[in-house]
Design a binder for this molecule. Structure first.
Ligand SMILES: C[S@@+](CC[C@H](N)C(=O)[O-])C[C@H]1O[C@@H](n2cnc3c(N)ncnc32)[C@H](O)[C@@H]1O
Length: 279
């Protein structure tokens, strides 16, 4: 009896998804609406930092846009969700975070066998050219010229204050300054990313003085100015990301009915691609 010949592996140039077996990838999302039940608390993830994203965002983007051993660059690392997920999915990562104490905290979470080898955590200001130079040197120490996925999860302007540091984007004095600093980081990320590869921007909108400020769309526009092409706007529920709001939700509902707004229940994961010719 002869067995069926095995089809050769057929993957996109940027992922390990075997297109011959595409029906087996139910766990990989392709719809633009992500309704996630709850935060994945397995594999070393905790809700230990106000403003962190749920690990599923990292997992989904890594599976879609990277191969094993590829390097993810996260220029707003925070509490290191993207680093923990990179270790779990056998990817490498370079992360930059402004707050020195947080950098130490994240370094403690990473297995010593991976730290400063497959996972690099740098303390620095991502708007700074000197930080981009350090990232480039770190990539060189990993035998790479570029990262293969850029992750950007900036402060949503001033809705959470992360530190007193004037370089912290959450301390930008006004919206224009915030967007200019964000664009500077986006431009550094663009230069550090391999042509043809992808970037994921995680961002939400905000209200100021009774007006909705569409930070997500403004940041999208800045990514385009930096040279990226937009591939998708994913809308994700934020219910699984919140601490229990309890009685507060009734108050917000009352306020919404009074003032005519809708209560934020979503944020965006906006996917971009750097053109293959690098232009
Ligand atoms: C929304 S949080 C990122 C959370 C992260 N995705 C996680 O899961 O923990 C934004 C982070 O950007 C950091 N940050 C703000 N300005 C920065 C800058 N100029 N350079 C580097 N990091 C900065 C803040 O300290 C904060 O930790």
């Amino acid at each position: 009896m002869t067995s069926e010949p095995q089809k050769p592996l057929k993957t996109p140039p940027y992922s390990d998804i075997d297109l011959n077996r595409w029906r087996e990838y139910d766990h990989v999302l392709t719809d633009s609406l992500w309704l996630m039940e709850s935060r994945d608390r397995t594999g070393g993830h905790q809700l230990d930092y106000h403003g962190n994203f749920i690990p599923q965002i990292a997992a989904q983007t890594y599976l879609r846009y990277t191969k094993e051993n590829d390097i993810i660059l996260d220029l707003f690392l925070g509490s290191g969700t993207s680093a923990i997920e990179a270790a779990r999915l056998k990817r490498r990562l370079v992360g930059v975070e402004l707050k020195p104490d947080l950098v130490e905290y994240v370094r403690d979470k990473i297995s010593p066998t991976l730290l400063d080898d497959r996972i690099h955590i740098l303390q620095g200001d991502s708007t700074n050219e000197e930080t981009a130079t350090r990232v480039r040197k770190t990539l060189a120490s990993m035998d790479a010229e570029h990262a293969q996925l850029l992750v950007l999860h900036p402060p949503y302007h001033d809705i959470i204050s992360f530190s007193d540091d004037p370089a912290d984007l959450s301390n930008s004095s006004n919206l224009e300054n915030f967007l200019n600093l964000f664009e500077t980081v986006a431009r550094h990320g663009f230069g550090l990313l391999e042509p043809g590869r992808f970037a994921a921007l995680v961002i939400g909108d905000k209200y100021t003085k009774g007006e909705l400020i569409p930070l997500g769309f403004y940041c999208l526009e800045r990514m385009q100015r930096a040279g990226f092409r937009t591939k998708a706007i994913v809308v994700k529920n934020i219910t699984g990301n919140e601490r229990g709001k309890g009685q507060d939700s009734n108050l917000w509902r009352y306020r919404a009915l009074t003032w005519g707004f809708y209560i934020f229940k979503h944020e965006y994961i906006i996917i971009f691609q750097k053109p293959a010719n690098g232009a």
